[in-house]
Ligand binder design. Structure first.
Ligand code: AGP
Length: 603
């Protein structure tokens, strides 16, 4: 997820672009760039790595003036964090300048074709391919060329482009990534987020998929009729997309996080997956006969789900550990061990130290990371990006879904390298592709979950119980509630209750039981009965269609049916929402909980 902004009007464009980018940095902050056309349509393009301040630093003391320009803040997906990969990108003749938010899936084959036709590329990005495609079809009219290229492109885009040879206009197009047009009497803006243009106008048009708009001095047109809408949000609200907190926004983005993780990686016809980031070590992975998954906090619970998946579906003996323990113990590893490190930020000190331990011992190191170019991504031998987009709230939510989806794909990858049958591979891949829709269904029950949270607002202690794939989800649910509502919560394996924990169960200590209709469902029911026998209140996370459970428990939150190994990607969502609504009811600073940091870069 990146941020784009564009302006055409009568004012000096540069401060407007910088202001817009400042409001979009939550969308991407690993590099940024601008291009400004001066009155002679001579382009001045400046890019910088790192925070927006670095770009501003490079722009200071440069007399850059113009009334037309584009800006971009990047969240790298294809191509590392370098100045060459920062946007705007251009074509061979530096006629076309383009900024893009999204992923071009077929960029490799397009790049190869254009290369054969003589085009020279100056970056590793998918986006630059768009510039050379437009160059290929440009015959003096920019929007005509854009209309041609979108027929050849597969993937997602919110793009804006300007051209020296057809100046005095911005052409913008959208497919899945947001594009907002800002309308004023004598100026027009384009952006990924209303926050970027609210200081200039409240009159906006939201572009829909497959639409192209042309902004010119004094008028604009869209290749389809569109209603004008008025934005009421404050600036701060706009940055959160209208949600009251980043945590809720990021929970609502969990379907998209799964979609981004699996996009372009599933090969249904072969019942397998394509993970480009593992290509360089695929033969070494084929020889692996044991695995260790290491991470901290929420990422560690993803690792625990991965352990069940690897053993059951890839037949690889697997251990998990927390980074802060793993770095000081003496793990038994050998040349056939794969050590896999999971981290949203890629900067967690304990996980990095554990990684460096394994590198020291010459063990194969893989990373499952969200932040492109982070230390973990740079130091592991190979890895997979989860593509969840920037996660701002300290409590990790959508990144966790990205990690689980990536672990499920890695299980298929390793399983199909071994004795996982084509039919099983096909089943998992097809269920994975259904998950974004299934997760959207669960989010519709947010109001009910808010009601349940209200009902349990005054309780101060909570058990979370689960078994097998949902034991780690019980741990995750408890951690989320602790992190944002400051209530005491413990996650345990359902079978552990009678080994001591039951002593605490009474009518004041509710239990959240994660019990989808899976291979351990009956065991979970007997655990629920143990709690009910001690007057404990129970909220069940159960599979849609299971009416019987209503007779046993106090409240039920339903999730759709899916494969057992994938139920964690559904069962965790109500727990994220429950924790969020409890935190709202307790009036805490939800996005920045006390005593916590988004990335723990110290031991
Ligand atoms: C989760 O909500 C917490 N923010 C924390 O436990 C986090 O998961 C942990 O610090 C690991 O962070 P990482 O994924 O960036 O390595």
């Amino acid at each position: 997820m990146c941020g784009i902004v564009g302006y055409i009007g009568q004012k000096n464009v540069l401060p407007i672009l910088i202001e817009g980018l400042r409001r979009e940095t939550y969308r991407g902050y690993d590099s940024a760039g601008v291009v400004v056309f001066n009155e002679k349509a001579d382009p001045v393009c400046v890019k910088a790595i790192g925070k927006l301040e670095n770009l501003e630093g490079k722009l200071n003391n440069r007399q850059i003036e113009g009334v037309l320009g584009l800006g971009h803040c990047r969240w790298a997906t294809t191509g590392g964090v370098t100045e060459a990969n920062a946007h705007p990108h251009w074509d061979c003749q530096r006629n076309i300048f383009l900024v893009h938010n999204g992923i071009i899936e077929n960029y490799k084959e397009l790049k190869e074709k254009l290369g054969k036709e003589g085009h020279r590329f100056s970056s590793e990005t998918d986006t630059e391919v768009l510039c050379h495609l437009i160059e290929k079809y440009f015959q003096g009219n920019l929007e005509e060329a854009v209309r041609r290229i979108i027929k050849e492109v597969r993937g997602t885009y919110g793009l804006a482009v300007i051209s020296k040879n057809d100046p005095q206009k911005i052409v913008t197009a959208r497919l899945s990534s947001p594009i907002i047009l800002g309308i004023n009497s004598n100026e027009f803006l384009v952006a990924s987020d209303p926050a970027a243009i609210l200081t200039r106008t409240r009159q906006v048009i939201n572009l829909d998929d497959n639409e192209i708009a042309v902004l010119k001095p004094g008028n604009f047109f869209i290749l389809k009729e569109k209603p004008l809408t008025q934005i009421e949000w404050t600036l701060e609200e706009a940055e959160r997309g209208g949600y009251p907190h980043f945590m809720l926004k990021e929970i609502m983005e969990e379907p998209e996080a799964i979609e981004n993780a699996i996009k372009g990686r599933l090969i249904p016809e072969e019942g397998t997956v394509k993970l480009g980031g593992l290509q360089s070590v695929s033969e070494r992975l084929r020889k692996v006969n044991n695995a260790i998954l290491v991470a901290c906090g929420t990422a560690h619970y993803a690792a625990m789900v991965g352990e069940y998946m690897f053993e059951e579906y890839a037949g690889i003996p697997t251990k998990t550990d927390i980074g802060s323990e793993f770095r000081y113990r003496k793990p038994i590893v050998n040349e056939k061990t794969a050590s896999i490190f999971i981290s949203q930020s890629g900067e967690t000190a304990d996980t990095l130290a554990a990684l460096r331990e394994m590198k020291e011992k010459g063990v194969l190191t893989l990373g499952i990371t969200n932040v492109v170019g982070s230390s973990q991504a740079r130091e592991t031998d190979a890895g997979v990006y989860t593509r969840s987009g920037p996660e701002i709230a300290v409590a990790s939510t959508k990144a966790f879904l990205g990690q689980l989806a990536t672990l499920a794909m890695l299980t298929v990858y390793l399983g199909r390298q071994r004795d996982m049958a084509l039919v099983m591979g096909k089943r998992i891949v097809s269920e994975l592709s259904n998950l974004p829709e299934l997760t959207k269904e669960i989010l519709k029950s947010a109001p009910e979950i808010a009601k349940i949270a209200k009902k349990y607002k005054d309780f101060e202690n909570f058990w979370f119980i689960g078994r097998k794939y949902n034991y780690p989800i019980a741990l995750e649910g408890a951690l989320k509630l602790k992190e944002v509502s400051y209530l005491h919560a413990e996650g345990i394996g359902g079978g552990e209750l009678k080994h001591g924990f039951l002593a605490l169960v009474d009518e004041d200590f509710p239990t959240i039981a994660i019990c989808p209709s899976d291979s351990v469902y009956d065991k979970m029911i007997s655990n629920i009965e143990e709690v009910k026998a001690r007057k404990g209140k129970v909220i069940a996370i159960a599979t849609k269609g299971n009416e019987k459970i209503k007779e046993l428990v106090d409240d039920v939150i339903y999730i759709p049916k899916t494969l057992e190994m994938l139920t964690p990607l559904l069962s965790v969502i109500p727990l994220h929402l429950f924790a969020y609504y409890m935190a709202v009811l307790h009036g805490h600073d939800i996005d920045k909980p006390r005593n916590l940091a988004k990335s723990v870069t110290v031991e």
